[in-house]
Design a protein around this ligand. Structure first.
Ligand SMILES: Cc1cc2nc3c(=O)[nH]c(=O)nc-3n(C[C@H](O)[C@H](O)[C@H](O)COP(=O)(O)OP(=O)(O)OC[C@H]3O[C@@H](n4cnc5c(N)ncnc54)[C@H](O)[C@@H]3O)c2cc1C
Length: 402
């Protein structure tokens, strides 16, 4: 990412992602035990679904103590704090280990113009915070947080002949995202535009391309996100690169597998169109790794971020950087995981001298609650096994004889 950070001690490219001593060095015994308890609860599939529904209801009905229980458990594990200031403790702690933070205002499902402006202001406030902190080079922007979902969908569906009211509403969206990217541009910060559902993604891609063309002339201010679980995205990545070359700007590419697989498949089936998703996990993994390779092969013109919890892909990127003899902390080559997850990747990569960051979600408890439910569901046991996170924490607890 674009800001320089503290120099890390040099270490071998010989990564050991099973090294839990390095992964959890920042956690005291008490903190580790608490995380172990939380992940053991999330490990129970039969408990997570009813508890999530109950939690949502309790939050809606303002049942006493709900917020404080959530704050002391899930929130503490996966969220930096209610505000940027409150997140500073987590950000600074990570930075002691050479890990940067990507600021992600976690409020979701906004619907009014007032709320969209509020989110924009929150993004700009985060940029101003990022400007004065070496530990925070990037801010996240989710287009559905500054625009009505139905509007993005409508624009994607019928590009021509849109009524004036729609065009005016869309112009306001463009003004909002432009204000965010402009603020980032003049303050030495970058913006990652998240990828969302395929039926609004064309509109998001169009907006991201406009912003990259405007702001990525000298450095990568804006990153678009490429969901490699879609079978058309490798082609889209190469065409985005061609476009950037043609118009003389740098491409920002955050690479993810994709978070809406069930929703995508379900909608395609319901509406009778071919699914945009790859035929199987292997195809997604292959496409993801090819995308990594493409970005590294063209790293002078593309700044990329491997946003993944997948060990193999993370290792592959590290190996390719080494093979090509590129400096490990080149600002165009980055890794990123979510705060509270996959510390074994983050801390071992940072220890080896690569550029690593955590997506640091922040927001009020009720605002980030849907995000927390997704994290809980993601960490339930798969077919009776222990979840990946729980296994790692348990291993470290055993090592420390806790
Ligand atoms: C820092 C960060 C930022 C992110 N930003 C976004 C974002 O902007 N937009 C977004 O959509 N997601 C985003 N994600 C989530 C991401 O897309 C994945 O859902 C999540 O990270 C799990 O994938 P993985 O690469 O970590 O690894 P893995 O656990 O190896 O892969 C799981 C993923 O593989 C894919 N998959 C699983 N089964 C199949 C199958 N049968 N067929 C085809 N594909 C399959 C799915 O995408 C699934 O999520 C982000 C993740 C991180 C860590």
């Amino acid at each position: 990412m674009s800001k320089t950070k503290k120099k890390s001690k040099p270490s071998a490219a010989n990564l050991d992602f099973s090294n839990t001593e390095i992964a959890f060095a920042y956690k005291s015994n008490k903190e580790l035990k608490k995380a172990g308890w939380l992940f053991s609860l999330m490990n129970k599939t039969w408990l997570v679904n009813p508890l999530s529904d109950l939690g949502l209801l309790a939050m809606k009905l303002h049942v006493p103590f709900t917020k404080s229980i959530v704050r002391e458990t899930m929130f503490r594990q996966f969220v930096g704090g209610r505000t940027l200031l409150e997140s500073t403790t987590a950000i600074e702690k990570l930075y002691e280990f050479n890990i940067q933070s990507v600021l992600d205002y976690g409020a979701e499902a906004k619907t009014t113009e007032h709320e969209f402006n509020k989110t924009m202001n929150e993004n700009i406030r985060a940029i101003e915070f990022a400007k004065i902190n070496q530990s925070t080079p990037v801010v996240v922007s989710k287009i559905s947080g500054i625009a009505r979902f139905g509007l993005l969908e409508k624009i994607q569906k019928d590009r021509s002949g849109l009524p004036k009211s729609v065009l005016v509403e869309y112009r306001n969206v463009l003004k909002r995202i432009d204000s965010i990217c402009y603020a980032a541009s003049i303050n030495g910060v970058s913006v990652m535009i998240d990828a969302e559902e395929s039926w609004i993604q064309d509109t998001i891609d169009h907006i991201a391309d406009l912003m990259m063309k405007r702001y990525n002339k000298e450095r990568v201010v804006v990153y678009n996100t490429f969901q490699m679980y879609r079978h058309d995205r490798l082609k889209f990545l190469t065409s985005s690169y061609d476009k950037a070359q043609k118009y003389g700007y740098l491409l920002g590419a955050k690479l993810v597998r994709g978070a809406y697989m069930e929703k995508e498949g379900g909608r395609a089936k319901e509406q009778g169109y071919p699914t945009p998703i790859q035929p199987n996990k292997q195809a997604t993994d292959d496409a993801y790794n090819m995308a990594l390779r493409f970005c590294i092969d063209n790293y002078k013109a593309i700044a990329s971020c491997a946003a993944t919890h997948n060990e193999e892909s993370s290792r592959l990127q590290a190996e390719m950087i080494d093979e090509k003899g590129i400096q490990k902390d080149h600002p165009h080559l980055n890794f990123c995981q979510l705060f509270g997850m996959s510390d074994n990747l983050t801390f071992n990569l940072a220890d080896a001298g690569y550029n690593v960051a955590k997506y640091m979600v922040y927001g009020q408890v009720n605002e980030v609650f849907p995000y927390l439910i997704r994290r809980a569901k993601e960490n339930t046991a798969v077919s009776g096994d222990m979840s990946r996170e729980y296994g790692l924490i348990k291993k470290e607890m055993d090592r420390r004889k806790l």
